[in-house]
Design a protein. Structure first.
Length: 1012
């Protein structure tokens, strides 16, 4: 009976706007793109005019050229879809003046909702209440919250969302009506309570709730529901219950013989009872926590959840929030608000005795069972809130929690609460403050005038306090007591020694370190040892399997120990399996490690960790980057079942490799530091993580001695030169590459000399003024060495670079031969990532030679391989080539889809040369369509990026395009300047073909001199 849904993609508008592809949420974050997507999905399968989209985007405040602006946002949305759903680049279809999105049947929640409602209507006409109810449940299950949440269109919210919400409420009321009519009273009470809480204005919902409660025999609760409705309508809406609701109430009163005055449970009459408020004073300058406060007040005040436990990292402000919430709930608990401070070793029996004394019992029973029974009798029929601060370990006495109906407990715990793990308990974990809340807390303490002078310093202070309320309050107190102290100076002190700085003189409790020590000292020995190990290497992202491997623990023991640490709230286990520590907690763990663990033990643990990491990294690099020549690598084998698993591991562990390499270098473990750095060469070079790679390489270079360790020094310099080359720091890169090349030529190994030689050749091709002859000479030298040494992968790489050099110089036939030779070797070698790039470049040259059929075949193969190998560079390159061919064939829609994918993957991967070429192509497509505004915008973006990265060929193309646009707008006086600049760029690119094109353009656009 369910509505079918496609397993590959899903679109959701009945809640936050969401796109799900292959089971994963793919967010569309840009506000304008969300509006366009929402507008198209609301009418999926139907054409939506450009005017309608513009109205949704800008209402009555459209820009001067809404068509061009709309086209820009649509292009970006297409680019986003090309990234998240590359199998359907043409998801958004176009015709003159209109657009539509076509989604598979059952993939849109709005369609599923409407289909189920239609089935419910049919069942109603047939008189089948059970079937109608089932279909209504199916329909309402599609909703996940407020429809189209975070879609910032006033028109959509006004005209569409309101109607959707009203429709849902009508069918929700009908569903409750059917449930009650078919005897399902008890099953819907909780849902009706939630519905009336969310929609107090709906009288039918209140009526259904009263009926459900009355039919289950709880007429007193039904009468109380009427009083609650009366209060909420009066206080929140300035209204009164409708006639039908009042009729229900009168009927209940008549049936029970109660009047309004005696319908509620009395709270007086028990001898010796005195309502007490024991709460500490509320914090006057309390900041933030609005959402959590609201959740706690709603949960405790509803009466449905009698035990709530508030937990979180030490210093996060649990006690302060508990006191604030208790103050806000005083009116709902008129019989008292008790406060029990359970710290300093107090036990549950101590707490029980204190509660009995507070209730008026002068001599509590000595037996636990009798004491619990007496307390429950004393509290029965009362509305009481008990706040237990620092609730103790261990189980509470049997029967103590939950307290009798009408009472509630708010317990504050350092860690997760196994002691409060009863069916009715609700755990709320408190996180650190948001950046805005944290800044507001400090500002309230020290004054707006003082912080407004140095906003950047305030931001630094907030982050160095980890946005932890205790740390922020201590920092604020320091600044208040030292009014002349500069906030920036204090932030620097925090950076150097945060735990030492974050304490107040004369008060041990007013210190962040003390809060952490209390939690740390309560841990078992094995858990404390693990806590210290987590910060052996600062910044290392541990997982349970890493801990088991390095410490020698069994996986189950490691998992149990991690769980203990997480329960103590000194660590968090993220969804991706990483064990995370807040930065101040991490500092504390590092301190404990230095103080408690011998240096020899720490060094041995570092060697075990680094060696284990290097062995696995070596296996992953061999699988994913077989073209990367490495010497003396690790010995890992059998870890990965597939190329994809190895690639995922390298992406996940990249920063761990960097962290351990840097720390090993500082510890004098040179072979380990250099080995880990060299393991980064494949993944960081392929995925353009050059900054991380440079950090590790700089540490390795600093740790090596060229005289005593010449090979390690050469490998470290080779890595640093390659990383700097990737960052376009060509001057510094050449220095390190030359030194590495010289050292490797003298001392070997020859395999790595090939790497240095080819890197120097690429350096010649990267320079603003290309040095083709030097580059080609170096590449032929590298090619000879590859053949002598039998390095097939490196030989294919040399041929690829030779093809790129000839292609850039306009020698297309030579480029075709070199790329074809590289492809033949690559096919035999089985390096899919490298082969994808080779085929993409070969396809591009085929296209320029006019061999479109071969070009498309090569480019599609490159696209398949690039996707399989997850090579964003190859996907971007192949998409760019396909876009060029589609444009040449006059297939604009396909060209747009391909170029959008090229831009998306190039931006994501940081492939700037492909990106600037794709922007020029997109500008050309706009120019073909007469969209001069977007065309000029893209040409200028391409021009700026080409100048920034030193890409003279792309600069020439952008200037040429701008000259054509200027001619079309009658701005011919600009053409000579642009043409001269384009000619200079063509010469710098070393391309006679480009220079010839510029001259032809200039001759075409400039008017012939007039004859007299």
């Amino acid at each position: 009976m369910s509505v079918p849904a496609t397993p590959t993609e899903e679109y959701r508008v009945l809640g936050p706007l969401t796109v799900v592809v292959a089971g994963r949420s793919a967010p569309v974050t840009a506000p304008k793109q969300r509006i366009i997507l929402a507008s198209l999905l609301l009418r999926a399968g139907s054409w939506v005019t450009a005017t309608e989209l513009a109205n949704a985007l800008w209402d009555d405040r459209a820009p001067k050229d809404p068509r061009s602006a709309l086209q820009v946002h649509l292009t970006r949305l297409r680019a986003r879809f090309a990234t998240i759903h590359p199998e359907r680049p043409d998801l958004i279809e176009t015709r003159p003046g209109a657009y539509r999105i076509v989604v598979p049947p059952g993939s849109l929640d709005l369609d599923r909702y409407r289909d189920a409602i239609a089935q419910a209507r049919s069942a109603r006409r047939a008189g089948s209440a059970d079937v109608e109810l089932a279909w209504l449940q199916q329909a309402l299950a599609q909703w996940r919250g407020d429809p189209l949440a975070l879609v910032p269109s006033a028109r959509i919210q006004r005209e569409v969302v309101t109607a959707l919400v009203d429709d849902r409420l009508r069918w929700m009321e009908r569903r409750f009506e059917l449930a009650l009519a078919t005897g399902r009273h008890a099953q819907v009470i909780d849902e009706l309570r939630a519905a009336t809480l969310a929609h107090p204005e709906r009288g039918r919902l209140w009526g259904h709730l009263m009926d459900a409660l009355a039919e289950t025999g709880d007429r007193a609760a039904a009468i109380a529901a009427y009083h609650q409705a009366h209060r909420r309508l009066r206080d929140e809406l300035d209204a009164t219950p409708d006639t039908e609701l009042r009729r229900r109430y009168r009927r209940l009163i008549a049936e029970t013989g109660q009047s309004r005055g005696n319908a509620v449970i009395p709270t007086t009459g028990l001898g010796g009872w005195r309502a007490q408020c024991q709460l500490p004073p509320d914090i006057a300058d309390f900041v933030g926590r609005a959402d959590v406060s609201r959740e706690l007040c709603t949960t405790l005040g509803s009466g449905d959840t009698p035990v709530v436990c508030l937990t979180g990292v030490p210093g996060v402000g649990k006690s302060a929030l508990a006191v604030r919430v208790a103050h806000r709930l005083r009116a709902r608990f008129p019989d008292g608000q008790w406060y029990v401070c359970a710290g300093d070793g107090r036990t549950w029996p101590d707490i029980l005795a204190e509660m009995l004394t507070t209730s008026g019992v002068e001599q509590p029973p000595t037996g636990t069972t009798a004491a619990v029974s007496l307390l429950r009798r004393r509290l029965t029929g009362r509305r009481l809130l008990v706040t237990i601060d620092d609730a103790p370990e261990g189980d509470p006495p049997h029967g103590l929690l939950p307290l009798p109906a009408g009472c509630a407990v708010l317990a504050v715990r350092r860690g997760d609460p196994p002691a409060l793990d009863c069916d009715v308990a609700h755990v709320v974990t408190l996180d650190v403050l948001s950046p805005t809340e944290a800044a507001a807390l400090v500002t309230d303490m020290v004054g707006q005038a003082r912080v407004s002078r140095t906003p950047a310093a305030l931001e630094a202070l907030v982050e160095r306090c980890d946005r932890l309320p205790l740390a922020l309050r201590i920092a604020g107190a320091h600044l208040v007591t030292h009014p002349a102290r500069d906030i920036g100076e204090f932030a620097e002190l925090l950076g150097a020694d945060p735990l030492g700085t974050l304490s107040l003189p004369g008060s041990r409790r007013a210190a962040v370190r003390t809060a952490f020590e209390l939690a740390y000292s309560a841990l078992p020995t094995a858990v404390r040892r693990l806590f210290r190990f987590l910060e052996l290497v600062p910044g290392f992202a541990h997982r349970v399997e890493t801990i088991a491997e390095v410490t020698g623990m069994s996986p189950s023991s490691a998992a149990a120990t991690v769980a203990d640490l997480v329960r103590a709230r000194l660590a968090e286990l993220a969804p991706d399996g990483v064990i995370r520590l807040h930065s101040l907690v991490a500092r504390f763990a590092a301190e404990r490690g230095l103080d408690e663990d011998p240096a020899a033990d720490r060094r041995a643990a570092l060697v075990r960790l680094g060696t284990s990491l290097l062995n696995v990294a070596d296996e992953a690099v061999r699988l994913c980057h077989p073209d990367v020549v490495r010497v003396g690598a690790g010995t890992g084998q059998g870890t990965f079942g597939s190329h994809r698993a190895a690639r995922t591991w390298l992406q996940r562990e990249r920063r761990n490799l960097v962290a351990v390499a840097v720390y090993a270098a500082s510890a004098g473990l040179t072979p380990l530091a250099v080995g880990l750095t060299d393991a980064l060469r494949g993944p960081c070079g392929a995925d353009r993580h050059h900054t991380d790679w440079r950090i590790a390489a700089e540490a390795a270079v600093a740790a090596t001695d060229p005289l005593r360790e010449p090979t390690y020094a050469a490998v470290a310099r080779l890595n640093l030169g390659l990383a700097l080359q990737g960052l376009n720091d060509l001057g510094a890169a050449e220095i390190h590459l030359r030194q590495a090349c010289d050292q490797l030529r003298r001392r070997g190994p020859a395999e790595l000399e090939v790497v240095a030689v080819t890197a120097l050749a690429m350096h010649r091709l990267q320079q603003p003024t290309k040095r083709f002859d030097d580059a080609i000479g170096l590449l032929h030298r590298g090619l000879r060495q590859c053949r002598q040494l039998g390095l097939r992968h490196a030989q294919a790489r040399c041929l690829l670079y030779l093809g790129m050099a000839h292609h850039a110089r306009g020698e297309l036939r030579l480029a075709y031969r070199q790329f074809s030779a590289a492809a033949r070797i690559g096919e035999r070698a089985g390096d899919y990532s490298a082969q994808a790039e080779i085929l993409a470049r070969l396809g591009g040259v085929c296209g320029e030679l006019g061999a479109h059929r071969e070009a498309v075949r090569r480019l599609r193969a490159a696209l398949r391989l690039g996707r399989w190998a997850r090579s964003a560079h190859s996907v971007a390159l192949a998409s760019y080539g396909l876009a060029r061919i589609s444009r040449a064939q006059g297939r604009a829609d396909r060209a747009h889809a391909h170029v959008a994918r090229a831009i998306a993957f190039a931006e994501t991967g940081g492939y700037l040369a492909v990106l600037v070429n794709a922007r020029n192509l997109l500008a050309g497509l706009y120019r073909d369509e007469g969209l001069t505004g977007p065309a000029e915008l893209e040409y200028r973006r391409a021009l700026g990026e080409a100048e920034r990265i030193g890409h003279p060929g792309a600069r020439c193309e952008a200037l040429t395009g701008l000259a054509l646009l200027a001619h079309g707008h009658g701005r011919d006086q600009q053409i000579p300047v642009m043409a001269r600049q384009a000619a200079v760029a063509a010469r710098a690119a070393g391309s006679p073909r480009l220079l010839s094109q510029v001259r032809e353009l200039l001759a075409t656009l400039q008017p012939a001199p007039s004859r007299r």
